[in-house]
Write a protein that binds this ligand. Structure first.
Ligand code: ATP
Ligand code: MG
Length: 294
């Protein structure tokens, strides 16, 4: 990209960021980003959220509040709409042709689908990590700092890279190899690199869609430890097929189910993870967590 184009893009992003920043305007001492939001508050409030793909009603009637600096797990059988729901939270569904959302998603009190809100800024604040680690064919340093420059994150590339790699518990393993390709790392390291990349733009929330399903058990445990560590500062929402993982890492769990073939996915039960796993209120939750289906 030419310098002038880059500057123009940066200016556009900066301008786009303004409405969200002022809308989510915090009471003193509780702004976003650097900013502490009081414990116990909701990051997201979902009211009657549904998603259509063309004429398929994939999920519907989802009402839930997602608390700040906790891990929320989304569980349920394949096709119940976990990824669909996750993608609503940072407007990733906008990128899917034919996808349409209904209902309202408030993020710190701001409707993220409001006209004045820029989806690019939404995706900076609400980052995403995917099932398969997807580093760019670039150096480890460039992988981490990729989004930081456009987003005007303070610091030199080395400072930004070190900060994010330390947060992602990868620094000690790569500090002497920052110029090596990100693709030369192991799968577990690549996933932590992708987490570092998400952290480098100073998000508030990280969405993870089955982040460990391509990893071996040791790499999985490292990511789970990291998730627990990150929750001191960030809100994390994780999709998982692994019940033990949901039980180990999450504070709250939401169980979704598409009740019959062709019927849209719904939120069946949502609450503190230990209660949902030991004393589910709904028979369908019990059947699922005890492995009777799915
Ligand atoms: N891009 C799309 N176009 C059309 N239908 C889609 C699209 N993405 C998902 N769906 C449909 O929406 C429903 C929910 O899909 P989604 O991928 O959210 O489920 P999931 O719970 O994440 O499943 P899995 O556990 O297999 O990842 C499914 O019936 C799926 O076929
Ligand atoms: Mg999925």
């Amino acid at each position: 990209m030419k310098e002038a184009e880059l500057r123009e893009t940066e200016d556009r992003l900066q301008a786009a960021a303004a409405p969200l920043a002022s809308l989510a305007d915090p009471t003193p001492g509780s702004e976003l980003g650097a900013i502490r939001v009081p414990d116990g508050e909701a990051v997201f409030e979902l009211s009657d959220v549904g998603v259509w793909y063309g004429n398929k009603h994939a999920i519907s009637g989802i009402n839930m509040q997602i608390p700040v600096r906790k891990v929320t797990a989304l569980i349920g059988p394949s096709g119940c709409g976990k990824s669909t729901l996750l993608r609503c939270l940072n407007r990733m569904n906008d990128l899917i042709p034919g996808a349409r959302i209904e209902g309202e998603i408030n993020y710190h009190g701001t409707d993220i689908y409001a006209k004045k809100v820029d989806p690019v800024e939404v995706r900076r604040r609400i980052g995403m990590v995917f099932q398969k680690p997807n580093p760019f064919p670039k150096s480890i340093r460039d992988n981490v700092t990729f989004g930081a420059k456009v987003n005007r994150i303070k610091g030199t590339p080395d400072e930004i890279a070190e900060r994010a790699l330390r947060q992602a518990a990868l620094w000690e393993e790569v500090k002497n190899d920052l110029s090596k390709s990100g693709l030369a790392l192991s799968g577990g390291q690549q996933q932590r690199l992708c987490i570092a990349r998400a952290l480098a733009v100073q998000p508030d929330v990280i969405l993870m869609d089955e982040p460990c399903s391509a990893l071996d058990p040791i790499a999985t445990l490292k990511i789970e430890d990291l998730i627990r560590e990150l929750t001191k500062e960030y809100t994390i929402i994780i999709v998982t097929h692994n019940m033990q993982q949901a039980a180990r890492v999450s504070d709250n769990t939401a169980f979704l189910l598409a009740q019959e073939h062709g019927v849209n996915g719904q939120l069946i039960e949502y609450g503190p993870t230990n209660e949902l796993f030991t004393n589910p209120r709904d028979k369908r939750t019990e059947d699922y967590i005890t492995g009777r289906f799915g």
